[in-house]
Design a protein around this ligand. Structure first.
Ligand SMILES: Cc1cc2nc3c(=O)[nH]c(=O)nc-3n(C[C@H](O)[C@H](O)[C@H](O)COP(=O)(O)O)c2cc1C
Length: 446
């Protein structure tokens, strides 16, 4: 029985009553995105009927923490340590001779928009975009495989533009371009939670084979098959794989595109990819991500590992939460066990220093639930005095996804110390308690 990639996930989601099925026919231009936007990526939705296409579409799969924990056989308390372990101890993959993704191999006259229902989301988007494709490259010297989600603009026929905001991949393309060589890639569509999460860990920080991290996360070898036109291996149970080459010094205009924070990203000249083969299963399910904050939750889960590691060197940290409201990168809430008065400011320094994208951080005590926005707001309301508890670092480097950063090319970073004081005044911050509140079975009362 199939255990890896999208179809195994759909089976589990159905069993848990977590999959919504859209039976009405939808248009991939705007309409499908409007339905996904309505649910803010918090409901996995299978669109069974799509205009002008035989394939169905899955979206909204990756925006709920509890679904993530369940799919990873983990929970809130263990998630960070499970990921740390997988990054530190990658496991081998398994190469199969054949797999469902090879059921159909298209080598000639490739026309991506007639093969698959690739949505257009926003009014000013320059084209339709593949938004959930996981791009695979292999380091020619070490053989390590690096995966990451990169959006791909559909230019025409088999030609795509590739948006890269990654130092490693940008460097690799530049080196190959200087030698007039092309880069082989594969784009994987129709995968599962482990495959996406492994793709989100930073290549330049860890330099680890992400396929190995995937095998470690899933607790069994990731099963692969060989591509037909490029020297790469791809998941045997994926729905769709696009094989292709990034041609040297061949750039095209990419964008505008409505991005995760709800604004349009600008137009740039980006590398192009020629698709040389398309592999797909029978009755392929096309996977998409509506570009909104929630779809980046996988990225937040990976960033939380880095944030935790950075804080752990300085203070006694309980847990960290990179919130979806802040685009899964700009905002974090950190819970610490405060041992000395300097701990909260030390936590601010190490949090803001851990990642250029992190803009605002709130430090709270262990009695605040960092996943409950009301609880965190309550701590800010009652434990903060602005003049002494707010730290502002002006003009630091930030993220181009924040339009206010792009006005000057810098970002002010802010830390809020919402912890209780130590010493005799601490008792004033004890929360009112109902004895045995946690033991109450509320169903008995109704
Ligand atoms: C849904 C989604 C879409 C993304 N789109 C892009 C993109 O278009 N371009 C990009 O450079 N990164 C994008 N990312 C982020 C990268 O996939 C992510 O930073 C990855 O970890 C990069 O790995 P790297 O360190 O190997 O570059 C996206 C992430 C998600 C979850």
């Amino acid at each position: 029985m199939e255990k890896q990639m999208l179809r195994s996930v759909l089976k589990k989601l159905k069993e848990n009553n977590e999959l919504k099925i859209c039976k009405k026919e939808v248009d991939i231009k705007f309409e499908l995105g409007a339905v996904l936007k309505h649910f803010k990526n918090t409901k996995p939705i299978l669109f069974e009927k799509v205009k002008r296409s035989k394939a169905s579409v899955i979206g909204g799969m990756f925006g709920v923490r509890d679904i993530w924990y369940n799919m990873l056989n983990s929970n809130r308390d263990e998630r960070i340590f499970k990921m740390m372990d997988a990054i530190a101890n990658p496991k081998p993959t398994k190469l199969l001779k054949n797999g469902p993704v090879l059921q159909n191999v298209v080598l000639n006259n490739i026309n991506l928009t007639s093969l698959f229902p690739i949505p257009t989301y926003h009014e000013k988007d320059s084209a339709s975009f593949i938004t959930a494709g996981i791009v695979l490259i292999k380091d020619p010297e070490t053989g390590k495989r690096y995966t990451s989600v990169r959006r791909l603009q559909v230019n025409s026929g088999n030609n795509l533009s590739l948006l890269i905001a990654s130092p490693l991949l940008t460097k690799q393309i530049e080196i190959l371009e200087s030698k007039n060589k092309q880069l082989e890639i594969a784009v994987i569509i129709g995968y599962d939670f482990e495959f996406l999460l492994a793709s989100q860990i930073s290549s330049s920080l860890y330099g680890v084979d992400k396929y190995g991290v995937d095998s470690a996360l899933r607790g069994e070898a990731l099963e692969l098959v060989k591509c037909r036109t490029v020297d790469l291996e791809v998941p045997a149970y994926a729905e769709i794989v696009l094989e292709g080459v990034v041609r040297p010094k061949n750039r095209k205009k990419e964008g505008p595109f409505g991005e995760l924070m709800g604004y349009y990203g600008g137009i740039g000249n980006h590398p192009t990819v020629d698709i040389t083969a398309v592999l797909h299963r029978n009755n392929p399910i096309y996977q998409t991500s509506f570009p909104c904050r929630e779809e980046h939750l996988s990225n937040a889960l990976a960033r939380e590992v880095e944030l935790y590691r950075s804080l752990d060197k300085m203070v006694d940290v309980n847990d960290v939460h990179i919130t979806t409201g802040g685009g899964c990168r700009f905002h974090a809430v950190v819970s610490i066990n405060k041992k000395s008065e300097g701990d909260s400011k030390a936590a601010i320094i190490s949090a803001l220093g851990s990642d250029k994208d992190l803009k605002h951080v709130i430090i709270v005590d262990e009695d605040i639930d960092i996943f409950d926005a009301d609880d965190v707001e309550g701590a800010i309301a009652t434990r903060v005095q602005g003049a002494k508890d707010i730290v502002i670092i002006p003009n630091a480097l930030g993220s181009g996804l924040d339009p206010s950063h792009n006005l000057s090319g810098t970002t002010d970073k802010v830390g809020i110390d919402a912890t209780k004081p130590l010493g005799e005044n601490r008792v004033n911050f004890d929360k009112a308690v109902i004895p045995k509140y946690g033991d109450i079975d509320i169903n008995k009362y109704f």
